[in-house]
Design a protein around this ligand. Structure first.
Ligand SMILES: *Cc1c(COP(=O)(O)O)cnc(C)c1O
Length: 397
């Protein structure tokens, strides 16, 4: 038994510019502090329907089966795979970073056979290799890929990949954790069958909720399953008794929704609607342009080619002789600024600078450039005073 005396936890006020979570708008934080009601309270049920509507807007879909999973992005990923993959199914998984590897794990744990189409980290997805895999594995039922690879900063050609999948009678599972709200994403127009996201990236809500959406084709495949879904918690046929009331029947208890976290998501979706989806995407891009100009003036390059580069996640190469961990520590201590380290194959080679949601602002860009200049100079890196911020300021709004 521990007698350790506990005191209130007061976190430092950081600027979050890593790979997520991103800064949370005060409106969203305030929404979280509103009184908790029951997860079946009529007022809460009305809000649940609004969340579903807001998510349909964010995903650009009419899918009836659109709702937030009560767990982080990884659970949304698992929800898509455990429901759609049946034992014996062949699934083609594109891996161009860390998260494709997790998709493969998910396929295999669901009893499926994963065929990996791998690309070097930071390099684009080549459609021809994907086409070849679809042709070689004609019995494949699903093509899975990550739209915005947060580990590399590479954007996938989602529309073209969905077209290829459809031409080969495959459903698509698309990881939209970092793309939702930050990149162009059109679930219905592109024909995405299952997409999952997270609240803590470009939606700027607290971590812990995973919006998902499933097309009618996906819903049909799930209905025709021979075996039951091995996860009780993520089995759509059970969880929808709580999230779906379209049949007119009463909602029933499945699990206790994280009520206050849902208030936060609701507020985040209100704010997305107020700003406008396209405007939000344009803001991410505009801030990326400023950051890029500033980084270049500091002599820092982005590893991803412009043609398939994400705005919301910038992978910055580390100059020779610079201790990258010391830079991250310096900016955290002196500027309360968090930037991300490289992951997997890019560990030690890049910083990952996120411009997601409420962290995609002029203030974040300028603070980041100032902090980096300072941190680099502390390591005897030679750069003209104020070069980064001056270059960012020179980029037109
Ligand atoms: C962050 C992230 C996830 C995982 O989300 P969690 O909320 O951390 O579980 C999955 N895929 C991508 C592309 C991500 O960036």
């Amino acid at each position: 038994m521990s007698n350790q005396k506990l005191t209130s936890f007061n976190p430092p006020q950081r600027l979050l510019m890593g790979p997520g979570p991103s800064d949370i708008h005060p409106r969203v934080l305030a929404a979280m502090a509103r009184p908790t009601v029951g997860h079946l309270d009529p007022a809460f049920q009305t809000m649940m329907e609004e969340i579903k509507a807001g998510l349909r807007y964010a995903f650009q879909t009419e899918n009836a089966l659109t709702f937030p999973v009560s767990a982080p992005g990884s659970a949304g990923m698992e929800c898509c795979f455990v429901n759609l993959v049946e034992p014996g199914d062949t699934v083609i998984v594109i891996q161009h970073g860390a998260f494709g590897g997790r998709m493969k794990e998910n396929v295999e744990r669901a009893g499926g056979h994963a065929v990996l189409v791998a690309f070097e980290w930071g390099q684009p997805i080549e459609l021809e290799s994907v086409r070849a895999a679809l042709e070689t594995h004609a019995s494949a039922k699903i093509l899975a890929f990550v739209h915005a690879e947060t580990s590399t900063g590479v954007s996938a050609p989602a529309k073209e990949l969905c077209d290829l999948a459809q031409a080969h009678d495959c459903l698509t599972i698309v990881d939209c954790v970092t793309s939702l709200g930050g990149s162009e994403l059109k679930v219905d127009e592109w024909g995405i069958d299952a997409a999952y996201s997270g609240t803590q990236k470009c939606l700027s809500c607290p971590p812990g909720i995973s919006p998902v959406t499933f097309s009618e084709r996906a819903a049909d495949k799930i209905k025709q399953r021979q075996s039951s879904v091995q996860s009780w918690f993520l089995d759509l046929s059970l969880v929808m008794a709580y999230w779906d009331n379209s049949g007119g029947g009463a909602r029933t208890y499945h699990h206790t929704a994280p009520v206050n976290a849902m208030y936060a998501l609701h507020e985040g979706l209100v704010m997305l609607q107020e700003e406008g989806l396209e405007e939000a995407q344009m803001r991410h891009h505009a801030m990326h342009q400023k950051l890029k100009a500033g980084l270049e003036s500091l002599g820092l390059g982005l590893i991803v080619d412009e043609s398939h580069r994400l705005s919301q996640l910038n992978t910055v190469s580390i100059p020779d002789g610079i201790d990258e961990a010391a830079v991250r520590q310096y900016v955290l201590q002196k500027y309360d600024l968090e930037i991300g380290a490289g992951l997997g194959a890019l560990a030690g080679k890049v910083w990952r600078i996120g411009l997601m949601g409420s962290s995609a602002t002029e203030r974040h860009v300028m603070t980041c450039l100032t902090a980096l200049e300072d941190a680099l100079k502390a390591q005897q890196y030679s750069v003209q005073d104020g070069a980064g911020t001056a270059a960012a300021m020179a980029v037109e709004d």
